[in-house]
Design a protein around this ligand. Structure first.
Ligand SMILES: [Zn+2]
Length: 107
């Protein structure tokens, strides 16, 4: 299980959320990629039904709330704020998804 990150940096201008851990690992997500990967029950149900989870490139994180020591609750500018994003997902699944995400650019 991935521990609490050392640092969580929201680069609002670029629309990127960057996380880093004490062991030197790190992960970066575009806000749009996070919105598309939202793990809430509603978005999971949409994916199971074969429907896309809409994520406009312009969507941004509007609120970041820690959930205990294991996750972040992210609210987005499209009004969706149900997603509880475990650090494990942000740190491990995140890296794989970013490589597949053409919208991602290294900064
Ligand atoms: Zn969702």
């Amino acid at each position: 299980m991935t521990a609490l990150p050392d640092a969580i940096e929201n680069r609002a201008l670029q629309g990127v959320l960057a996380l880093s851990w004490a062991d030197g690992s790190s992960a970066s997500w575009t806000h749009a990629a996070l919105r598309a990967a939202c793990p809430c029950a509603e978005c999971r149900a949409r994916r199971r039904a074969g429907l896309a989870v809409e994520a406009d490139d312009g969507v941004r994180i509007a609120a970041i709330e820690p959930v205990g020591a294991y996750a972040l609750n992210l609210g987005f500018t499209d009004g969706h704020r149900r997603g509880i994003f475990p650090f494990e997902m942000l740190g491990e699944a995140g890296r794989e998804m970013l490589h597949a995400d053409a919208a991602w650019s290294r900064t």
